[in-house]
Design a protein around this ligand. Structure first.
Ligand code: ZN
Length: 68
């Protein structure tokens, strides 16, 4: 059975369990965005939600920016 939680929100592939998206989408994100998303602090969930919103809105991966 397919785990829906492991669907990549950026494409129809499978998400990397350690990342918010699959490795292909992760590599397509701007370097600064990846750095911010990889950080763990009290804004981690906020950044993850922001990324998911951008993906849902159809923002191209290459220009997605997350706050802080
Ligand atoms: Zn993907």
């Amino acid at each position: 059975m397919r785990d829906r939680d492991l669907d990549c929100p950026g494409c129809h592939g499978r998400r990397d369990p350690k990342l918010l998206v699959c490795t292909a989408c992760w590599r397509a994100l701007p370097h600064a965005t990846r750095g911010r998303l990889a950080r763990t602090d009290h804004h981690t969930r906020l950044r993850a939600r922001h990324l998911q919103r951008e993906l849902k809105a159809g923002t191209p991966l290459g220009i997605i920016r997350v706050p802080r």
